[in-house]
Design a protein around this ligand. Structure first.
Ligand code: MG
Ligand code: MG
Length: 247
């Protein structure tokens, strides 16, 4: 599939799905607390998404059974909401997607429940910074590999494991489009960024090794060594001279 360039009308719709996702994350930052179940999170997010006139695009995506992915501690991504309760000291990533009039947004953010230990604080701080190191590379003429290079360099400097099996991606009429946007790479390699492209950049970094495994539910990705993992994601538009974060 070719990489799509969005026109002004399409970008306006993607700004709306992105704005909604930012609002949902703002709400989760306030609402998230010990004792809440991951299904509670799913319900709050789904209600907000639908009230805004969007469709939760992860629901039924390749059979995914909920509206958002909620991944705790050693769960990297794609955790299925359940009756599991959040505990003091957990870190929780919530990955949310919304489709507004046919145009998608995709955004994940990680949250601390109560008081977390210093290792988890370190992981959260530097995963978020790695995301913005990647975003800084977004401008016309740069390559997708420049983004991966920046994320990888930052993660390596902070001794964090980079998950390789899952990558960022283009976003548009589909939540996952070309190009792949890996969290590793070499400068001046991969597709060239052009004004009007929209991509999701989403480092998934581990406190321990980079190795991950898939649970028996066929969705939840966990770290092999059981150490915590963290995930931040923004959907980003390539503008005339740089970028605009849509989410
Ligand atoms: Mg996502
Ligand atoms: Mg994504």
């Amino acid at each position: 599939m070719a990489i799509t360039i969005k026109n002004e009308h399409e970008i306006a719709l993607m700004r709306e799905s992105g704005r909604l996702l930012a609002l949902v994350h703002e709400e989760m930052r306030k609402e998230l607390k010990e004792g809440m179940t991951t299904k509670d999170i799913d319900r709050i997010c789904e209600t907000m998404i639908r009230d805004f006139g969007c469709i939760p695009n992860f629901l039924n995506y390749q059979g995914f059974p909920a509206s958002v992915c909620v991944s705790i501690n050693d769960e990297v991504v794609h955790g299925i909401p359940s009756n599991r309760k959040l505990k003091n000291g957990d870190i929780v990533s919530i990955d949310i997607g919304a489709n507004y009039k046919g145009y998608h947004g995709d955004s994940a953010w990680s949250y601390a429940v109560g008081n977390i230990d210093d290792d988890k604080k370190y992981l959260m701080e530097h995963t978020k910074k790695a995301l913005f190191e990647g975003i800084k590379e977004v401008k016309p003429g740069n390559h997708v590999g420049d983004i991966g290079y920046a994320v990888e360099k930052y993660a390596n400097a902070h001794h964090l494991g980079i998950v390789r099996e899952l990558v960022g991606h283009g976003v548009g009429n589909n939540v996952h489009e070309d190009p792949d946007v890996p969290n590793y790479g070499n400068r001046h390699t991969g597709p060239i960024l052009k004004e009007g492209m929209v991509i999701a950049i989403e480092p998934m970094l581990n406190l321990g090794s980079k190795d991950v495994a898939l649970l028996d539910d066929d969705w939840t990705v966990v770290t092999k060594d059981g150490k915590p993992s963290c995930h931040y994601e923004n959907t980003v538009l390539v503008t005339k001279d740089g970028y605009e974060i849509l989410t």
